[in-house]
Design a protein around this ligand. Structure first.
Ligand code: C2E
Ligand code: CA
Ligand code: CA
Length: 709
């Protein structure tokens, strides 16, 4: 309502505009969003405080930009200022201040509509109206705080206004028509059901739902319209049943706004009761984005729907930000995947992979997938090849009026129950999503790489990898490789492949972890991976595995080097005349031979086998009178380290006595956490005998060690 006060404001505006050229000024309208609710909830005093605060900010701002402002309505201000300041920092500064009144601990939301005055002769009332229109266009849109008036905006708003103006009449005059789009099983060609899509037949012209659904949602009228659609779907089903036709299940759309109505569940249920329709026949489509509510109200209601036996379909899956994770809170049995959402994906292979992974995962979660927006045969065939048979799209048929649909369906095979895979045993799918479940924990916190793969018809396929997975391949997998070519098997030769499959079988049969170490190669370099697998789920012909993978190349190479060195040493040791032994000391009497070269046995007149059978303790060979000395010497170096040489008399297998000299030292083997005695033995009988005939020498003079205590 324009009153005398407003007239004075307009006069003032006219005067100011008259002094400047066209385009110099902007007229803006500032609305306080939800002001009535604020004053109701927080009281008049707080509301007045808020108003005073905003008014002060506006006045200060206008002063700074040499503009003019007026308080036009309780929750609305009018501003006139030079357009050069329109997007200046001055405005952002005052905006930030205005939305945080000191008396109020929540943020205020301001809506600004701007109109650039390009025709100064225009009536200020009309300018004001256009600025208001721009502000209205972002009503309820909390992401945008300002809008500029344009002719397109004007016609869109007028169109919207007409829709709102006509909607109630349209319902009364039955202008909303139910059209049906078939859903088919691409494997058999049979029809499995149809989606109900509304069409507005307004004075002989069809208005597309894309134009009016959003408007109806904003105004809340959607609930009226949807109830009408649901009821007419029930009427159609009843009609089919009464005619003795096999009724095809119909899927109806449910808007997020509908679900939030308190009587939503009861309304739907009483419709089914009224027309005696089972929940199997009226499926319910709810778009994925509806679940993005913080309070979880939608999730709660949808769970109740499922509980009451409804078949809930998650529509437009993949359109929003949410991923498969959305599904963890809603055990919906059907997922609708729209092919058109993947059109933008630059890499066709990648798009195919995403679709494939979603289909697989959905199946593992016991969900059926209906692919929508399928226009080409190649798309339908691809979907079939990955196990997604149910298809809705222009490839089969566009949405059509009921009569046309009945004719279309007449001579086709019909399947009315979705064939879900049920055979998953010993795997609680909910665990996969539970953030505290072992699976998730392992997957996200695993130090090394981890992946989930499926084994089916002799083929393995990667479904999911964690961040660390690729790193284990140390550059062997190039960036942008698609998931299909990232599996370990792509890098194995036949022998290694056999090892992989054996481990897989072991894990599948034992239901426990099984591991192996594999050599992987890209033709240029070689690395070693340790794979540990565990089966997550099994059906007759598929198994889902979880696997940990870590690169063990360093350890593997070190071990290999050790083996090579040991082999080389052995060759040397087997060809020298001295006897060489390594002994592990269990206790004083119990000394075990870890290694002995051929010469050792030979020096004592034994073969290896004879020695093993006949001799229990190595000290048994030493003659009694020398045994104590030998044991003492060994005990000494075990205590003090270093090496020692001593002599002893020893009886050979044939009974003859020989004089031996042994030089030994201890070596610490960390790997076995035990001390080993390494000894080199020489037969010095001849030497000693020669000496006896020459100079006389005391036995043991060759000792070069011994510790003083
Ligand atoms: P929607 O639920 O995702 O429905 C599928 C839309 O994709 C329909 O558009 C359908 O005609 C179209 N479509 C199906 N196959 C193909 C294809 O192969 N290629 C292309 N290009 N399009 C295909 P429509 O009928 O215009 O409906 C648009 C949206 O309006 C629907 O999207 C749904 O969100 C909403 N809607 C339609 N009817 C109702 C209703 O009765 N109630 C409510 N709340 N929303 C409805
Ligand atoms: Ca739908
Ligand atoms: Ca859809």
């Amino acid at each position: 309502m324009i009153n005398a006060y407003h007239q004075r404001i307009f006069d003032e505006i006219r005067k100011k505009i008259g002094t400047k050229e066209a385009g110099y000024f902007v007229l803006a309208c500032v609305d306080i969003e939800g002001f009535k609710i604020i004053s109701e909830q927080y009281g008049a005093d707080t509301a007045n405080e808020i108003l005073r605060h905003i008014k002060k900010c506006i006045n200060e701002c206008m002063e700074e930009v040499d503009g003019f402002s007026a308080h036009t309505m309780t929750d609305e201000f009018l501003l006139l200022y030079p357009s050069k300041y329109s997007d200046s920092k001055i405005f952002s500064k005052y905006y930030a201040k205005a939305v945080k009144p000191p008396c109020f601990d929540c943020r205020i939301s301001l809506r600004i509509g701007k109109y650039r005055i390009d025709h100064p002769q225009e009536a200020p009332e009309s300018m004001y109206y256009r600025a208001q229109l721009a502000a209205d266009s972002i009503c309820g849109n909390y992401e945008r705080k300002s809008a500029v008036y344009s002719e397109e905006l004007r016609s869109a708003l007028i169109h919207r206004q007409q829709l709102v103006f006509n909607m109630n009449d349209a319902l009364r005059k039955k202008e909303f028509e139910l059209w049906l789009q078939p859903q088919c099983n691409h494997a058999t060609g049979a029809i499995i059901g149809a989606e109900v899509l509304v069409r507005w037949n307004h004075e002989g012209k069809y208005i597309s739902p894309a134009e009016f659904i959003g408007v109806f949602e904003e105004t809340g009228f959607i609930y009226q319209m949807d109830k009408y659609v649901w009821e007419n779907a029930c009427i159609l089903l009843r009609h089919w049943i009464d005619e003795g036709k096999m009724p095809l299940p119909l899927s109806v759309n449910v808007s997020r706004k509908d679900i939030l109505h308190d009587d939503f569940l009861d309304t739907l249920t009483s419709l089914l009761e009224k027309y005696q329709i089972s929940t199997e026949l009226l499926r319910v489509e709810i778009t994925e984005s509806a679940f993005a509510d913080v309070e979880g109200k939608v999730t709660e209601k949808v769970n109740e729907l499922i509980h009451r036996g409804y078949i809930v379909e998650i529509d437009d899956f993949g359109s929003g930000d949410s991923s498969l994770n959305t599904l963890k809170d809603v055990p919906a049995p059907v997922l609708k995947l729209d092919m058109r959402f993947f059109e933008d994906t630059k890499n066709a292979d990648r798009a195919g992979n995403i679709i494939e992974s979603v289909v697989r995962m959905a199946k593992w979660l016991d969900m059926e997938v209906i692919a929508e927006g399928v226009e080409e045969r190649s798309q339908a065939d691809f979907l079939k090849s990955i196990g997604c048979y149910y298809i809705q799209g222009y490839y089969y048929a566009k949405p059509m009026p009921i009569k046309d649909f009945e004719a279309w369906a007449e001579n086709r095979d019909k399947e009315t129950s979705l064939n879900r895979i049920h055979a998953i045993e010993n795997y609680d799918s909910s665990d996969f999503w539970n953030p505290e479940s072992i699976e998730t924990l392992i997957f996200n916190n695993y130090v090394g790489g981890a992946y989930v793969f499926e084994y089916r018809n002799g083929e393995t396929e990667l479904l999911r990898i964690n961040d660390e997975y690729l790193q284990q391949f140390r550059g062997m997998i190039l960036p942008n490789t698609d998931l299909r070519h990232m599996g370990v098997l792509n890098y194995l030769n036949d022998t290694e492949k056999r090892k992989f499959y054996k481990t897989m079988r072991d894990a599948a049969q034992s239901h426990r972890e099984a591991s192996c170490e594999l050599e992987i190669s890209d033709g240029v370099k070689t690395e070693y991976l340790r794979i540990t697998m565990r089966v997550l789920a099994q059906t007759d012909n598929r198994s889902l595995f979880y696997a940990g993978v870590s690169n063990v190349t360093e350890r593997h190479k070190a071990h290999r080097n050790e083996q090579i060195i040991a082999k080389q040493l052995q060759v040397i040791l087997d060809h020298i005349q001295e006897g060489v032994i390594t002994l592990a000391l269990r206790d004083e009497k119990n000394i075990e031979i870890v290694y002995a070269n051929d010469s050792f046995y030979h020096l004592h007149g034994f073969t290896k086998e004879q020695y093993k059978q006949e001799i229990s303790f190595i000290t048994d060979l030493i003659l009694q009178e020398d045994r104590e000395n030998a044991e003492r010497k060994i005990a000494e170096i075990e205590r003090c380290g270093g090496s020692t040489t001593f002599e002893y008399a020893c009886r050979k297998r044939d009974g003859s006595v020989v004089q031996m000299q042994m030089t030994c030292s201890f070596i610490m083997m960390e790997s076995i956490e035990k001390n080993l005695l390494l000894g080199v033995i020489n037969d010095i009988t001849d030497k000693r005998e020669g000496e006896l005939h020459g100079t006389h020498q005391t036995r043991g003079a060759a000792d070069d060690s011994g510790c003083s205590e």
